[in-house]
Design a protein around this ligand. Structure first.
Ligand SMILES: [Zn+2]
Length: 336
């Protein structure tokens, strides 16, 4: 009797990609959430492949969120502050715009205002992230977006959104009833959404609403989900806010990964644009049930960030590479 050998599985290509970005979320931010959750994290439970992304921008050792997201959305390093443009201010086509041209649907769900740097870098092209009204106008007129969920209603012209074919809703309940072919679902009427846990599970509910909407397209979809405020907690060296946001992000990831497990055709990539706060953990605080957290900075750092991947194509994300490779890997896997 000869030994039996396992036939190597032919690498499968994903039909859909869900890209989850924890803004400012290094290795330690998620481990802090794991500790505060009593030793469990959905991202750790599901991750099948782990890599490291080097986040430096075109002009700086330390990136900002605009250059960081533009690297992932376009495959090009640019100057800090620039949105969907190369260092010479030429417009770059984003992955989402390329996918849309091939009949693939795209969307974004965030816990910041929609014209903020990360979501903007997938749907807008402006020389400065501060140009909120121009970015909001770009997002309104960009045909690639099928669904946008987040805050920042005061920056948008709702009549222009309706004219562009969007069904606009405000609040989580209205979002869940929104059946529009194209949707903009504002989570509230504020300029900037509330912090976790005050705002409620808008990221989790928004992510699942977006997946239900986008998965109607038989050709597939791309969805970007951002835990936007992990970065804000870290900038403020606010341990409680940083942990609450990291747990909120992991809660959304848990629902997304459970859906992807059933779907079997979806690659989930979970990463960050950069680290923020130079966070280290110095022990366990029993009275607060959380780690003792020390921030060495109020800004971003140069630390490479983890890339967790689950689903068909996840093995491509092992290794150490530049953030622009995340774009190249997605393009290759989708055959774009
Ligand atoms: Zn930041």
């Amino acid at each position: 009797m000869g030994a039996t050998f396992a036939v190597p599985n032919k690498p499968r290509k994903p039909k859909n990609i869900i890209l989850m970005i924890g803004d400012g979320t290094g290795l330690v931010h998620l481990y802090a959430a794991y500790t505060a959750k009593g030793g469990q994290l959905n991202i750790y439970d599901y991750a099948k492949a782990l890599g490291l992304s080097i986040t430096a921008s075109f002009d700086d050792y330390i990136t900002d969120s605009a250059a960081g997201a533009t690297a992932i959305s376009t495959g090009k390093k640019t100057r800090n502050g620039m949105i969907g443009m190369d260092p010479d201010s030429s417009t770059l086509k984003t992955l989402f715009e390329e996918a849309f041209e091939k009949g693939i649907s795209t969307g974004a769900v965030v816990t910041c205002e929609l014209p903020h740097a990360t979501p903007a870098s997938f749907y807008a092209h402006q020389p400065s992230r501060k140009m909120y009204s121009q970015i909001a106008a770009d997002m309104t007129l960009n045909p690639a977006a099928s669904i946008l969920i987040g805050g920042g209603l005061p920056y948008f012209d709702t009549l222009a959104l309706k004219k562009a074919g969007y069904t606009v809703s405000i609040g989580t309940e209205a979002m869940e009833r929104n059946q529009g072919k194209r949707q903009v679902c504002f989570t509230d009427t504020l300029k900037e959404p509330l912090p976790a846990p005050l705002r409620g599970p808008t990221l989790q509910k928004g992510s699942m609403h977006a997946i239900r909407h986008l998965s109607k397209n038989k050709k597939g979809f791309l969805l970007m989900i951002e835990g936007s405020q992990i970065d804000w907690g870290a900038h403020n060296n606010d341990s409680a806010h940083t942990i609450a946001e990291a747990i909120d992000f992991d809660n959304a990831a848990g629902e997304v990964l459970k859906w992807a497990q059933k779907d079997r055709n979806t690659l989930v990539i979970i990463t960050a644009d950069h680290e923020c706060g130079g966070l280290t953990l110095h022990g366990y605080d029993k009275t607060r049930n959380r780690p003792v957290m020390h921030f060495s900075s109020g800004h971003h750092t140069a630390e490479p960030v983890p890339v967790y991947a689950y689903g068909p194509g996840s093995e491509d994300f092992c290794g150490v590479y530049q953030n622009t490779e995340i774009y190249n890997k997605m393009i290759r896997l989708l055959g774009l």
